[in-house]
Design a protein around this ligand. Structure first.
Ligand code: PNS
Length: 167
């Protein structure tokens, strides 16, 4: 069975990684679909988001990473996915996912979406919270894989270097 785990991953968090690891035990092949959405302004460019996922999932065998910019159901069909997998943390996720589920079923009712409830330690974790902590110089190492900590560090170094050049 092929599973598709889609998302923005801006950036990948330990919560996403936990869903990825658990999904690889359910499906024989897991495709991680990274949304290339020009309308939705992302903090990290697509190539960086993909690179961070690649570096964070090196220990997993049965995964591949793709990018997509069309409909999720089309991405699932093109990549021959049998199921779509999404994580659920709370009621606001449930509200959003219910809407997504209904719309996706109206677009293509042949693909099933399954939901994995987040582990309690990741229930309050999101990419937005990670970005906020990092931008305010807080320690994000408990919340994200090392590849993400490294990317934030690089951006910081670049900012400092450019301000030296600008003075
Ligand atoms: O990590 P996210 O941002 O919660 O992921 C949302 C995602 C990528 C699953 C959703 O935005 C999506 O499926 N986008 C593709 C466009 C699409 O199919 N839209 C119709 C269903 S609402």
């Amino acid at each position: 069975m092929i599973g598709l785990y889609p998302g923005s991953f801006d950036p990948i968090t330990n919560g996403h990684l936990n869903i990825i690891e658990r999904s690889t035990k359910i499906v024989s092949k897991l495709i991680i679909g990274v949304l290339d959405n020009c309308d939705k302004k992302s903090f990290f460019p697509l190539a960086d988001r993909v690179a961070m996922i690649r570096e964070s999932t090196k220990h997993l065998k049965n995964i591949s990473i793709i990018t997509f910019d069309g409909l999720l159901v089309d991405c699932a069909k093109i990549n021959k996915a049998d199921i779509i997998i999404r994580g659920l943390r709370n009621l606001s996720d449930l509200h959003f996912e219910t809407q997504l589920d209904v719309i996706n079923k109206k677009l293509d009712n042949t693909i099933e979406i399954i939901y994995l409830i987040s582990c309690d330690k990741y229930l309050h974790l999101s990419s937005s919270i990670v970005k906020e902590i990092a931008l305010k110089k807080g320690d994000i190492s408990k919340f994200v894989p090392e590849a993400v900590v490294e990317r934030f560090r690089r951006r910081d170094i670049f900012k400092k270097t450019s301000s030296i050049f600008n003075t």
